[in-house]
Design a protein around this ligand. Structure first.
Ligand code: ATP
Ligand code: MG
Length: 221
C-alpha cells in the first residue's frame, strides 16, 4: 500500500482500466466514504487473464490511473500487478496484500456486478473469500442473475451490515448501491476510435493522455 503504517481497513478495486473512467472513480470514492476508509486503491492488471488483450499497454493504463487520482487524496494507484512478474491473478494479489498487512486487517475487494458474477471463471476463486471481503456494486445494465454456483456462494457469505466487514479480516460478501453511472471503458474506446469525444465520461487529464499517446485509434489533432 502507499503508507508504511498499516491501515485499519484496506480497500481496493482491480480492473483493466482501459481506460479508467468516472464510473470507476466515483465508485471508489463512494465506497471510501461508506466504509470510512482513509484511501481506496485502484489497481490496474498487467495482462488481463480473464478477457481480451487491452487496447493500451499496462504502463499506459497505470499512467492513466495515476493521472486520474493525482488530485484526490482519497484514492491512489497501486502498481503491484503491473510491476509483478506474475500474471494478474487476483488470488496472488490478495496473497501479496496479506503478506504486507498480516492476517487481521480487513481487506475489501470492490467488484462490479459483472465481475462478481464471473467469479467462478477466476483462478482458485473459492480461495478469494478466505483472503478478503467482496463489496459488490450494482452497475447499470447488469442485474443479479447468478448461476447455481454463485447463488450458493452468495448465500454462504452475504451480510447486510457493513460492521460485519469492518470487524473481520475476510469472509463476507456485501452488496452496495451507489450513484449509478452507465459508463464503460468499451464505450469510451468505441467513441474514440470513431473520432468522437469521450469528454465528461472520464477525467480531462486522462483524455489528454489518450490523445498524446494516440490510444484506441485516436488521431492526434
Ligand atoms: P470494459 O468495458 O473494457 O470491460 P469496464 O468499464 O468494465 O471496461 P473494467 O476495467 O473492466 O472497466 O472494470 C474494473 C472494475 O470496475 C470491475 O469490477 C467492474 O465491474 C467495475 N466497473 C466498471 N465500470 C463501472 C461502473 N460504471 N459502475 C460500477 N462499477 C464499474
Ligand atoms: Mg469490464
Amino acid at each position: 500500500m502507499s503508507n508504511t503504517v498499516k491501515p485499519s481497513v484496506c480497500v481496493f478495486m482491480g480492473g483493466t482500466f482501459d481506460p479508467i473512467h468516472n464510473g470507476h472513480l466515483r465508485t471508489a470514492l463512494e465506497i471510501r466514504d461508506w466504509l470510512n476508509a482513509e484511501q481506496v486503491a485502484l489497481m490496474p492488471s498487467k495482462v488481463p487473464v480473464h478477457r481480451q488483450q487491452p487496447g493500451a499497454e499496462s504502463e499506459q493504463r497505470l499512467a492513466m490511473v495515476e493521472q486520474a487520482v493525482a488530485a484526490e487524496p482519497g484514492l491512489y494507484a497501486d502498481a503491484r500487478e503491473v510491476l509483478s512478474e506474475k500474471p494478474s491473478y487476483t488470488v496472488l494479489t490478495l496473497e501479496s496484500l496479506r503478506a504486507e498487512l498480516g492476517t487481521d486487517v480487513p481487506v475489501c475487494m470492490i467488484l462490479g456486478m459483472d465481475a462478481y458474477l464471473s467469479l467462478p471463471g477466476w483462478d482458485r476463486w473459492q480461495e478469494l473469500i478466505r483472503l478478503a471481503h467482496i463489496v459488490v456494486v450494482k452497475r447499470p445494465g447488469w442485474v443479479y442473475q447468478p448461476g447455481e454456483q454463485m447463488q450458493a456462494f452468495t448465500r454462504a457469505h452475504e451480510v447486510t451490515d457493513k460492521q460485519r466487514i469492518l470487524t473481520a479480516p475476510a469472509g463476507h460478501v456485501i452488496f452496495h448501491e451507489l450513484t449509478p453511472l452507465a459508463i464503460s471503458a468499451t464505450q469510451i474506446r468505441t467513441l474514440v476510435s470513431q473520432g468522437h469525444s469521450p469528454r465528461y465520461l472520464l477525467p480531462d487529464s486522462v483524455w489528454q493522455y489518450i490523445q498524446q499517446q494516440q490510444l484506441y485509434g485516436c488521431k492526434s489533432k
